[in-house]
Structure formats: C-alpha cells, structure tokens
Design a protein around this ligand. Structure first.
Ligand code: ZN
Length: 82
C-alpha cells in the first residue's frame, strides 16, 4: 500500500551524498525531511551524521573564538575592571 503523502525513503548512498549539505543546512526542506526519515530508520547513518555534525560544530566554535576581535576582548576586560 502506498501513501502519496509519505516522504519517499532514500537509501544510505543517497543519505551519504547529502551528508555535508545536511550539516551545513543547505538542503531544501524536502531533502532534509527525507534525510531525517532515513536517519530515524538507519542507525549506521545516524552515527555517521552525528559524528560529522559534532565535528562541524567544533570547527565552527574554534573559528568563532579565533575571530573574536581584540578590541572586543579589550572592552570586556575594561568592563570587568570598572
Ligand atoms: Zn543509512
């Protein structure tokens, strides 16, 4: 029985193909929904995606710390001294 409203299931190959665009939030809403549906059903991909997502977050946090302007840091230091 086929339900036309159901999101079609994608396979592991297709999920892996969308991995990077998924963690970068570059997929369309429909593509993302398909990936999420696959992850609910597939433990292997879930672990892979979680790993990659965590990695991206680490890189992003590191980049933010790196780019905090010196002037901002000085201002924070001055506020603390007052
Ligand atoms: Zn899978």
């Amino acid at each position: 029985m086929r339900d036309a409203n159901r999101v079609p299931m994608i396979d592991c190959h297709e999920a892996a193909r969308r991995l990077y665009r998924f963690v970068d939030r570059e997929l369309s809403a429909r593509e993302e929904a398909e990936v999420r549906l696959h992850l609910e059903a597939c433990e292997n991909c879930r672990m892979l995606f979680r790993f990659e997502d965590g990695l991206r977050r680490l890189v992003r946090n590191a980049a933010q710390k790196e780019s905090a302007p010196a002037s901002l840091r000085d201002r924070i230091r001055q506020v603390r001294l007052q």
